[in-house]
Each structure stands twice: as structure tokens, then as C-alpha cells.
Design a protein around this ligand. Structure first.
Ligand code: HEC
Length: 345
């Protein structure tokens, strides 16, 4: 496993980065590849048969594919050659596809043709496209138009055909901060070029216009998109990390809970819950607020090496730019509060 280098203040690393995935052909690509191989094999077989025929010999009938050959060997070889060329082009041709969208009230499928025919579909230009690394033009629909009734607090998961999953907060997709997300649709009649390096971006690809306005990260451009689904809220997925619900909305502890999710939850579990187990649990069996002096814990978060040093230590320090003093106060208030809400996993 490779560790994702992560700096305070950046988006949390998602557990599956695309470059951590062994990059095999996706199932649909694999199918196309096999069909292509089959076509090539058939052509080679027929060309060999034809050569034998020219030599006045007949191939033993091995399979139904060995049909009686035309009597004009020269013309047929030319036709076969053209056929072979056409078959070789086959993997470059994109096919129509379906995007599955599940927002918690039944999955809806959007077909390539229907998407391209939508009234809100249009041509857009994307400067510095993340996957193609140049300016690209796409037939696209605004992604928000496909995401009815999601709220800014929701999180959506974008799953690619090869299993890569990117999580994108709905607030970003709903264009509240000046960046617009688009679903780029590959028209099978005008397939996109291959990606630099490897692979193909179709059939669907999430692209952004003005990505810098909302600091959209490169991992938030999922391509080879197969489905989009609404993730349950953090409170539903990890109920044991939620502070006392009777606390008032703007309380320090609730603010600290939001800061914890943003800055610590990418690496630590709490009460045994969370996706990443890079660092120790921050409440079970003891909260650091129970066994570390308050000033040392504070100094530790700013610079972990100030408490103990060893070469393999992995926790990054948080300076006042990535975590203000007020935010650190709120975070520690949340940890102290949770020390009184232990839940055994
Ligand atoms: C990039 C991953 C990462 C992030 C983010 C992170 N930690 Fe850590 N943390 C670790 C790791 C790993 C350790 C174990 C020590 C080490 O290897 O540095 C650790 C250790 C700790 C410890 C020491 C526990 C002990 O008893 O030794 C505390 C306390 C702690 N982290 C609190 C926090 C808090 C609070 C935050 C959020 C502000 C945070 N960590 C963010 C990875 C992280």
C-alpha cells in the first residue's frame, strides 16, 4: 500500500486514489478488447485459408468460421484486408452507455442518446482539462440538473467502471462557490481521443469550468463514470462520533466536531468508527485529553515531533494557517466532550 501524501488544509485523501489501483482494463474495455482479438483472429485465419487456397490446397474444416471461400482469391484478399482494417479500428469506437444515478429514492438510468438530446445539453470548453492535460471541448449537461433534491450537506460518490470511487461534497456540485460541474458525454459517433498515458475517459466524465474558484482538486474529475450515488450522512454512517444532539447549533463542541471531520478524521477513528486507521483511535480506550497535559496536547497538534520523536512518525503538524487557535480550542472541546461519550466498538 502506498500512503497518500496529505497536507493540512487540503481536501481529505479518499481511501482509493486512482493511481493506487492496478490499472487493468475495465470490464467494458476488456469486452471490447476480446471482441477485437476475436475479430483479428478470425481475419488472420481467413487470410491464411485464402493463401492456402491460392496454393491449391484446402484447409481442413476446423470450425464453422471456415466457410467456403470465394473463387476470386485476389479480390477476396483485398476485401478481407479492408475487413481486417475495419476490425482493427473497432476498439477506438465508443459505444452508447448508461449512467446510473441513485439519490436514495430508486436508481435512475440516463442513456447517452437521451443525455445528448436534453434541452440543457451544450458544448463547453474546458481549459487545462485534468485528464487530457489540454483544452478540451465537450458536449455536456450541468451536473446539478441531474441531482434533484440534494442538499449542500450531502456527499456523493462517483464510481468509475474500474472501481475507482471519488467522494464529492454536494455543496461543491451545487455551484455555490463559482465552479460549475458538468457531465461530459461521449458521443459514440465522435469518440474522445485516448488519454495521455493510458485508457479512455468515456463514456461519462465529470469536468469543471472555473475549477479554481472553489479549489476543485484533481481527484474531483472522475472519468469512465458508471454511477453516482448519495452517501449517507456522516451521522448515519458513524453515529458514535456525533456529539450530544441536544447541544445548540453554534456551540463550540459542534464547531469542533466539524473541524475534527475536516482535519483529523482522514487518519483517525473515534469510538472505533471511521474509514481510515492510519493513526490511533482518539477516544478508545482513552481520549488524549485524558492522558496528555492540555498544553502538551495543543503543542502536539501543532508539531507532533515536539512531544516524541522517531523517524517513521507520520502525523503532520497543523500550523495556525491550517488550524487557527480558535479552531484548535473548539477541536479540543469536542475531544473532551467525546471522552464522556465513549462507545465500545
Ligand atoms: C495524515 C494522518 C493524520 C492526521 C490528519 C492526523 N493524525 Fe494524529 N496521528 C497520526 C498517526 C499516524 C499517529 C501515530 C503517530 C505517528 O505515526 O505520527 C497519530 C497520533 C496522534 C496522537 C497521539 C496519540 C498517542 O497516544 O500517541 C494524537 C493525540 C493525535 N494523533 C491527534 C490528532 C488530531 C487532534 C488530529 C487533527 C487535528 C490529527 N491527529 C490528525 C496521523 C494523523
Amino acid at each position: 500500500m502506498r500512503f497518500v501524501r496529505w497536507h493540512p488544509g487540503e481536501e481529505m485523501p479518499t481511501p482509493q486514489w486512482r493511481d493506487q489501483q492496478p490499472h487493468f482494463l475495465s470490464p467494458s474495455r476488456r469486452y471490447v478488447y476480446l471482441v477485437w482479438l476475436g475479430a483479428c483472429e478470425f481475419n488472420v485465419h481467413v487470410v491464411i485459408c485464402s493463401a492456402f487456397r491460392q496454393a491449391g490446397e484446402r484447409m481442413p474444416d476446423m470450425s464453422p468460421a471456415t466457410r467456403p471461400l470465394p473463387t476470386d482469391p485476389t479480390g477476396s484478399t483485398m476485401k478481407l484486408f479492408i475487413l481486417f482494417l475495419l476490425a482493427s479500428c473497432f476498439p477506438l469506437c465508443a459505444s452508447a452507455a448508461e449512467l446510473k444515478v441513485d439519490l436514495g429514492h430508486g436508481a435512475v438510468s440516463y442513456h447517452t442518446d437521451a443525455l445528448l438530446r436534453r434541452a440543457d445539453a451544450r458544448w463547453i470548453s474546458v481549459v487545462d482539462d485534468v485528464a487530457f492535460r489540454r483544452t478540451m471541448h465537450y458536449h455536456a449537461v450541468p451536473l446539478a440538473a441531474l441531482l434533484d433534491d440534494i442538499g449542500p450537506g450531502d456527499h456523493l460518490q462517483f464510481v468509475a467502471a474500474d472501481g475507482f470511487a471519488a467522494e464529492i461534497p454536494a455543496a461543491l456540485l451545487l455551484n455555490t462557490r463559482g465552479s460549475t460541474a458538468w457531465l461530459a458525454i461521449e458521443d459514440p459517433a465522435k469518440p474522445w481521443p485516448a488519454l495521455p498515458g493510458h485508457g479512455h475517459a468515456g463514456p461519462f466524465y465529470v469536468v469543471w469550468t472555473r475549477p479554481r474558484a472553489a479549489a476543485v482538486g484533481p481527484e474531483q474529475w472522475p472519468y469512465q463514470l458508471a454511477s453516482i450515488r448519495l452517501l449517507d450522512s456522516v451521522a448515519e454512517r458513524f453515529p458514535a462520533i456525533v456529539p450530544d444532539p441536544s447541544l445548540r447549533a453554534g456551540s463550540k463542541v459542534k464547531r469542533g466536531f466539524a473541524i475534527f471531520q475536516r482535519t483529523c478524521f482522514a487518519c483517525h477513528t473515534l469510538n472505533g468508527q471511521g474509514d481510515s486507521k492510519l493513526g490511533p483511535d482518539l477516544n478508545i480506550p482513552y481520549s488524549p485529553t485524558e492522558y496528555l497535559r492540555a498544553d502538551l496536547l495543543r503543542a502536539f497538534v501543532r508539531d507532533p515531533q515536539s512531544l516524541r520523536r522517531w523517524p517513521q512518525a507520520k502525523m503532520p503538524g497543523f500550523d495556525t494557517q491550517s488550524l487557527s487557535d480558535a479552531d484548535l480550542d473548539a477541536l479540543l472541546a469536542y475531544l473532551r466532550h467525546m471522552a464522556g461519550r465513549k462507545a465500545r466498538p
